[in-house]
Design a protein around this ligand. Structure first.
Ligand SMILES: [Zn+2]
Ligand SMILES: [Zn+2]
Length: 324
């Protein structure tokens, strides 16, 4: 065949265009990250302080038991004052609402897996990440159920790593000091992108009718919340790229209702009322909102920040947290 400049030039151009299109579409399907995220957040940590009453936290205007949360952390982010658990106000149901975005009447003893897959699973699957990228770290061993689901399509698929209870074995209750030390070790070693941490001291002392220790638990977990935020900001990988949610799984009965601060689990206003402090590079600062956002909204907001689909969630993205 004779060389024909015009014909060959056209052919070559067509070939180049086809190849570019192919590579582009290939790249598009093989990596979801090709679109730059509109958010600065690359890492999310949810700290759940188990069971303080709102009357000893943000409902007490002196903030005597939560000086760090109220005066150092909340001003750097958004405080959602009307935050609620609108499901069952026990530990496992509260945490399952956070992790799955659905309220479920699940057993509170750790003997039942959540009906729905979690944000951890959807995140790891969509981003094609291994299990070290998402962690459930809990003082309460029974919270190891957060790392799996009964759902037949999702069971044992894309599971997060976990360290729950004594020695991380999913049994009994570990002290918050050891949970915090283990959490720090895990964060430093793996820099997971999505982590949930549970601290139990407040709740356990409440159930034991130990008022002083219950208050001390609120103070201790308040210190740990600050220590966690300081750790994030001093860590070269986490700094300025991490969003922290600090919340509760449930409140407790107010004085005069049943046995007061000792118990929780019904639908009284004391058990429903919790707080959310949300800090990170994409959220407003110095902002207090009264909107009645709720536990199931946390995972939907995380899905928005980290850019993955979480269609099973019954929650909403908490738009008022975001900078404009
Ligand atoms: Zn409890
Ligand atoms: Zn109650």
């Amino acid at each position: 065949m004779k060389f024909n400049f015009l014909r060959d030039y056209k052919l070559l151009t067509t070939l180049v265009l086809l190849l570019t299109g192919f590579l582009f579409s290939f790249n598009r399907t093989s990596s979801e990250n090709w679109v730059e995220s509109k958010y600065k957040t690359e890492y999310v940590i949810v700290l759940v302080i188990d069971g303080p009453r709102i009357s000893e936290t943000f409902g007490d205007s002196t903030f005597q038991y939560i000086p760090n949360l109220a005066r150092i952390l909340a001003p750097q982010g958004v405080l959602v004052k009307g935050f609620k658990n609108n499901g069952v106000t026990h530990t496992n149901p509260g945490h399952v609402a956070i992790a799955t975005g659905v309220y479920q009447k699940i057993k509170n003893n750790g003997k039942e897996l959540p009906k729905n897959p979690s944000m951890f699973q959807y995140f790891l699957k969509e981003k094609k990440l291994d299990s070290t990228n998402a962690w459930v770290i809990a003082s309460k061993g029974k919270l190891s159920v957060l790392a799996n689901t009964k759902d037949r399509y999702w069971r044992n698929q894309n599971l997060p790593s976990q360290y729950c209870g004594v020695n991380g074995l999913g049994l009994d209750y570990a002290g918050d000091i050891s949970t915090w030390l283990n959490a720090k070790t895990i964060l430093q070693k793996h820099h997971p992108k999505l982590t949930l941490i549970n601290l139990l001291e407040v709740d356990v002392n409440g159930h034991q009718n130990r008022w002083k220790e219950y208050l001390q638990g609120i103070k201790n977990t308040d210190k740990t919340a600050l220590a966690l935020w300081d750790f994030i900001q001093k860590d070269s990988i986490y700094a300025n790229k991490t969003t922290l949610f600090i919340t509760n799984d449930h409140g407790r009965h107010f004085d005069g209702h049943k046995d007061g601060f000792i118990s929780h689990g019904d639908n009284c206003i004391g058990c429903r009322s919790i707080y959310l402090v949300a800090l990170g590079p994409d959220f407003k600062s110095n902002t207090v909102i009264q909107t009645e956002y709720e536990l199931i909204d946390i995972s939907k907001t995380i899905a928005e920040l980290l850019g993955f689909d979480f269609p099973i969630s019954k929650g909403q993205v908490m738009q008022e947290l975001f900078r404009k």
